[in-house]
Ligand binder design. Structure first.
Ligand code: 3HC
Length: 318
């Protein structure tokens, strides 16, 4: 294809983005647009399934049948979110196996938040309330993303995410109305998960290598900092409502900005965790690789059954 033809295709693509048209799998798109989506969507999917690990550990230790059922449903949802996102990423020409190989070899990332341990039952509340709360803010914005399959996956995921956030906040509410020990447990969970939840939105915009271009392509509809600020402004009143204190001495309502000013995030910690040196990175990856290897027989059996079925169908037709 000549330079001129490529230039014309790029101009048509930019014009479609400008008109807020959805780009579909069979449409022409710049290779960098494709690669950026494969990167972000596959990492999003990895985050969903790795996110099942900390909560999965607490299903058998839930304090009541009601809590167990809610947590079970949530963890199961996360698996489904991973499925939607892997399927959406596959429309861009990457295989499921390639994505898992990238995850298992550390080439692909997943959200830093899941490299922190879930130490008490209150952590189930903090994760639902804060982690899913942050994910909703990020994912509601992604409902308007320019790549069709990604935007449509987000609509379904956001509906389920709201239940995740609500069940988490209800756990924190119950604990905050309980004994002093339970109130302390809820506060401790907030202390440990507040800052890692802010890190979920990624580095500051000025330090983000992808945000500017992702905003141009309308992959991102809001920047990392805007989404982070939205999360803080929404969540601080929720903490105050249940008598918990956000662990940030610099947090202060700014009347002029109509937003909270907040303290400096520990970006050294963030990059350490992203680079694989967080409290649970090794444990999470070992669990993932064991599940993948341990489940190989299920995949083989399913493929063998599908091939048999196909053979029978072909025989019937001939
Ligand atoms: N954890 C791990 N890596 C992170 C990160 C985080 N919290 N934030 C940023 N990074 C990585 C980026 O992946 C990128 O590295 P790469 O080039 O190797 O991929 C680098 O740090 C620079 O960051 P940027 O902000 O420039 O990168 P992005 O433009 O990709 O923005 C993002 C990062 C905001 C996380 C964006 O990728 C995004 O919105 N992803 C989709 C949402 C998502 O993945 N959420 C994760 C949580 S899902 C979840 O919580 C499930 C819920 O059900 C519990």
């Amino acid at each position: 294809m000549s330079e001129e033809q490529i230039k014309s295709l790029e101009n048509q693509f930019e014009a479609r983005i400008a008109r807020d048209e959805k780009i579909e799998p069979k449409d022409w798109m710049p290779e960098k647009y494709r690669q950026t989506h494969i990167r972000q969507m596959s990492q999003h999917a990895h985050s969903e399934i790795i996110g099942m690990l900390p909560e999965g550990n607490w299903i058998t230790r839930a304090p009541s049948l009601r809590r167990k059922v809610a947590l079970l449903a949530k963890v199961q949802d996360e698996g489904g979110h991973g499925l939607y996102l892997y399927s959406a990423a596959e429309t861009l020409g990457i295989s499921r196996d390639e994505m898992f190989e990238q995850l298992h070899t550390g080439k692909a990332k997943y959200s830093s938040i899941f490299n922190y341990p879930a130490l008490t039952w209150a952590d189930m509340g903090a994760i639902g309330w804060l982690v899913d709360g942050a994910a909703i803010i990020n994912q509601v914005a992604l409902c308007g993303t320019s790549y069709g399959p990604y935007a449509r996956a987000m609509v379904r995921i956001c509906k389920e995410e709201s239940f995740h956030q609500r069940q988490g906040y209800e756990i924190m509410l119950k604990l905050s109305q309980g004994t002093q020990e339970q109130r302390d447990m809820a506060q401790d969970a907030l202390n440990r998960f507040w800052w890692p939840a802010l890190m979920m939105f990624g580095p500051k915009d000025e330090d983000s290598p992808h945000t500017a271009q992702s905003m141009k392509w309308k992959l991102k509809r809001k920047t990392n900092d805007d989404l982070r600020q939205q999360f803080i402004d929404q969540t601080v009143p929720q903490a105050e409502l249940i008598g918990l204190t956000v662990p940030d001495p610099d947090l202060k309502w700014n009347e002029e900005r109509q937003s909270y000013d907040f303290g400096e995030i520990d970006w050294d910690e963030f990059w350490q965790v992203v680079k694989g040196h967080g409290p649970c990175n090794k444990e999470r990856m070992a669990a993932r690789v064991n599940a993948w290897e341990g489940g190989a027989w299920v995949r083989d059996a399913a493929m063998a059954y599908a091939e048999k079925q196909q053979e029978r169908k072909t025989k019937q037709v001939s």
